[in-house]
Design a protein around this ligand. Structure first.
Ligand SMILES: [Zn+2]
Length: 84
């Protein structure tokens, strides 16, 4: 059984709002977004909420396993493109 991540997602929404971490678009149902590990698990990132963000599945997939600094750069670019 896959772990139900909705409680974690709700906690992230309370902290960050219902928007994708990368593109900044708000989602009507943020529970459909995926949990992004800012520091990838493969690179030693943990499951603590300070390492977790919500992201659209496609944005999350695109960000992949980049280093944290590269992810933040990607986020800044996309936010700019969205006029946020
Ligand atoms: Zn997005």
């Amino acid at each position: 059984m896959p772990k139900n991540r909705n409680a974690e997602k709700r906690a992230i929404v309370r902290r960050d709002g219902p928007a994708c971490f990368y593109c900044g678009r708000p989602r009507r149902n943020p529970l459909l977004m995926t949990i992004e590990h800012l520091e990838a698990r493969a690179l030693g990132g943990g499951n603590r909420i300070d390492n977790l963000r919500l992201a659209d599945p496609l944005c999350n997939k695109f960000a992949g396993r980049r280093a944290v600094a590269d992810k933040l750069e990607l986020r800044a670019k996309w936010h700019m493109a969205e006029g946020l």
